[in-house]
Design a protein around this ligand. Structure first.
Ligand SMILES: Nc1nc2c(ncn2[C@@H]2O[C@H](COP(=O)(O)OP(=O)(O)OP(=O)(O)O)[C@@H](O)[C@H]2O)c(=O)[nH]1
Ligand SMILES: [Mg+2]
Length: 271
């Protein structure tokens, strides 16, 4: 009997995602890292003087989620140590994450220094939309990966200048499933549900809602024309996520934005 063909050699892993600091790129000293990943990350920065870096994945032979959780705890400590609050914004594609952050940077962000890390499979479009002289922004393009992970956040956070930043917004890849499993080291998880998606999504995609600290019911300006029942949606959110605060808002008309800013202000104050 012929012996089975040997497994093909594992190819050298290609860069699996890219980080591009669009505004507020970190300068020299703030890029220096310590810890187990420091050599790899610092070498990647050194090889990319224009702020764009490509980082290879690190094989540490532990389960993916366990590795993510370890890195997430490191991120949490790093954020707490810097006195900033990190919020992870998750939703299905197009629920209004970037539009909300654009307005938030223009209003809340004028008095409170904010930074943004934004993830998409492809394009810098959201990073460009969010670029403001007063707010450092880095775009993470994940290629084929349907969520951000803690390693990406660790590296992207090093690519921008976080000095004086009180709030770090992380706009996750638009997806109502995968991001639920990946702790990024955030202190606050914000789930957006838009009126264009239907009232039943909390019932159909419970894990992400169960993990939320805050649920934003977005695009309420078009609720009536869509026949979207806000009270039913709120009831569904409460049933699945009784732990979560709920704010109804429209980044277009401004309804509910004051409540959102009050939430941010209260969280930013916890150092
Ligand atoms: N009517 C209305 N439209 C909104 C509102 N917020 C966002 N939109 C629209 O919804 C669409 C998607 O908004 P984005 O902010 O790009 O959504 P997103 O969640 O960032 O999308 P991805 O990053 O692709 O997941 C755009 O056409 C926005 O203009 C709102 O409050 N009211
Ligand atoms: Mg977006």
């Amino acid at each position: 009997m012929n012996s089975p063909a040997p497994l093909p050699a594992t190819p050298e892993s290609a860069p699996d995602y890219r980080i591009h600091a669009l505004t507020g790129a970190a300068t020299g000293s703030t890029r220096d890292l310590s810890g187990p990943l420091s050599a790899e990350i610092n070498a990647a920065f050194a090889a990319s003087p224009d702020g764009e870096i490509a980082v290879r994945s690190v094989d540490v032979n532990i389960p993916l989620l366990e590795k993510n959780d370890i890195l997430a705890e490191r991120n949490r400590g790093y954020f707490l140590g810097r006195g900033l609050t990190a919020l992870n914004l998750v939703s299905s594609p197009g629920a209004g994450k970037t539009t909300l952050l654009e307005r938030t940077l223009d209003e809340f962000g004028r008095q409170n220094r904010c930074a943004v890390l934004v993830g998409d499979l492809e394009t810098d479009n959201d990073g460009i939309r969010l670029s403001r002289p007063h707010a450092p922004v880095a775009q993470i393009t994940t290629g084929t990966v349907c969520h951000l992970d803690a390693g990406m956040i660790a590296r992207a956070a090093q690519s921008i200048d976080l000095d004086g930043v009180r709030i770090l917004f992380i706009e996750n890849v638009g997806n109502l499933v995968c991001p639920a499993s990946f702790d990024l080291g955030e202190q606050v998880r914000v789930v957006l549900l838009s009126t264009t998606e239907g009232e039943d999504k909390p019932l159909k995609y419970p894990p992400i809602f169960k993990s939320a600290n805050l649920v934003l019911l977005t695009k309420v300006d078009v609720a009536d024309v869509l026949g979207f029942k806000r009270d039913v949606a709120v009831e569904n959110i409460r049933r699945i996520a009784p732990q979560a605060q709920i704010i109804q808002l429209s980044a277009r008309t401004g309804e509910g934005m004051a409540e959102w800013y009050a939430f941010l202000q209260a969280r930013a104050g916890r150092r």
